[in-house]
Design a protein around this ligand. Structure first.
Ligand code: SF4
Length: 460
């Protein structure tokens, strides 16, 4: 039996939707849409991929629509940081580089060219924030290992995807579920010589030997920390504990370190590990969220922490909020996270103790810090050390690198900053060059035009 042409409909609930031509050499029938999020304050586009082909059997297609939809809440699926597995000169299948494969990343790191599915959305756990929880009244489906393997290979051969992101609800037991997940990766790698990217979601309560096996086949592993605090986890996910989650992360880190030290050992999750934290499902403020993320980065060398704004679900627990947090909060957390990892900021600098505890939604955290520390500015770009240059709003790590190179050859002038790609609307109030010094009131004027500018109140 053949399938109808569409798996999913055009997303109509977006403020702006535009059909775009298939990019690269994706075949006809691969339809995707770009849209802007409804919140106009978020200046980026995301791409939704809709697949329309007639080669998937109907029952498999139905399962695919259920299990791909169930996986959409999992944000931690970026493949950034993975080394390419080349398919040449061997006869292996798949490569994360070349071969006309299109990468579509949202700026927050989400990758949308993976086949992102759950093995099943049946689950014996009852996490209150999850649409797949035991008590949820939803359509259920389950793939066999063989079905996931075949779908991945078929999608890959048609150049729809560059890899697989596989997660699952927990069926029977954590070990049983993890065995199934590992078997998918094993079959792809060893039976089919699949060289594409594989990201497996690991189940914290599963046996360490299964997590070790997963790391041998996968490029990236992730263990979801789910919520920012142990108390929130106990209240909203009664079967989960922070302890086993951290032990699983520590195991992954240990195996990675061992593989790194012993060059002859097979690689272990070479793209590292990541996690996801749901934001807005409990009353933890941004300081708690970022502190938890900071500890995880330092303790387990995570590549990324993904922040996922809580989406209200049907028949939700009274412990959960009725409304979703603003998507902008998620965006600000990503910006702050970036500052922690790449710019040398500390959590206490961004959110000092005794302050509001949450990031200002009106301006980005770097600009907020600069406006709150007038004693640090203006910075002389011809003399300041790298650490201080990184603190200038509108100047990114790449700009700083170029600036340091250029100033070895010449004195930096104001227009050089534009040539270097700095965002002068934000930078101008905070820098001194050989031919420019900002007015004393420049930072105050910038503050007035960003923080204090009147905004149209929302009607809803
Ligand atoms: S274990 Fe995972 S799939 Fe199951 S209810 Fe909890 S979050 Fe959802």
């Amino acid at each position: 039996m053949v399938a109808p042409l569409r798996i999913r409909k055009r997303p109509t609930n977006r403020a702006f939707t535009q059909r775009v031509r298939p990019c690269g050499n994706r075949p006809a029938g691969f339809v995707h849409w770009r849209y802007k999020e409804r919140d106009a304050n978020i200046p980026y586009k995301r791409t939704v991929t809709l697949v329309a082909r007639d080669w998937i059997p109907m029952d498999r297609l139905t399962k695919l629509s259920i299990l791909a939809d169930a996986a959409k809440y999992d944000a931690s699926c970026a493949s950034s940081g993975a080394a390419g597995r080349r398919s040449t000169p061997d006869a292996g299948l798949g490569s994360t580089t070349g071969a006309g494969i299109c990468h579509s990343y949202a700026p927050d790191g989400r990758c949308i060219s993976l086949l992102k599915i759950l093995l099943t959305n049946f689950c014996v756990y009852d996490c209150q924030y999850c649409v797949n929880r035991r008590s949820s009244d939803i359509r259920r489906a389950r793939f066999s290992v063989r079905e996931v393997v075949e779908l991945t290979l078929e999608f890959y051969r048609r150049n729809y995807i560059e890899g697989l992101f596989l997660s699952s609800g927990i069926i029977r037991s954590p070990d049983y579920t993890m065995e199934q997940i590992v078997e998918v990766a094993r079959s792809l790698r060893t039976d089919h010589d699949f060289r594409g990217y594989i990201h497996l979601k690991t189940i914290p309560d599963a046996s360490p030997s299964l997590i070790e096996a997963a790391g041998r086949y996968a490029d990236r592993l992730s263990v979801n920390v789910e919520l920012p605090s142990e108390a929130a986890l106990t209240r909203l996910a009664p079967e989960k504990r922070m302890g086993p989650i951290k032990i699983a992360m520590a195991d992954i880190r240990r195996h990675r370190d061992e593989a790194h030290e012993d060059r002859s050992a097979p690689p272990f999750a070479p793209a590292g590990q990541s996690t996801q934290m749901i934001v807005g499902a409990d009353d933890s403020n941004d300081r708690v969220v970022l502190r938890t993320a900071d500890v995880l980065y330092r303790s387990y060398r995570l590549r990324r922490v993904y922040y996922s704004a809580y989406s209200p679900i049907q028949a939700a627990s009274p412990f959960l909020p009725a409304a979703a947090p603003p998507l902008l909060r998620e965006h600000r957390l990503y910006q702050a996270d970036w500052l922690l990892r790449r710019y040398g900021y500390g959590v206490d600098e961004l959110l000092p103790a005794g302050g509001a505890g949450s990031l200002d939604l009106r301006i980005d955290p770097k600009l907020a810090w600069a406006l709150a520390h007038p004693e640090t500015f203006p910075v002389d770009v011809n003399a300041a050390p790298r650490e201080l240059l990184l603190r200038i709003p509108g100047v990114g790590t790449r700009n700083v690198k170029r600036l340091l190179t250029l100033r070895q050859r010449q004195k930096i002038r104001y227009l050089d900053l534009r040539t270097l790609g700095c965002d002068l609307t934000r930078t101008a109030a905070f820098v001194v060059t050989v031919d420019y010094r900002p007015a004393e009131t420049a930072a105050l004027a910038l503050r007035a035009s960003t923080v204090l500018a009147p905004r149209q109140a929302t009607l809803w």
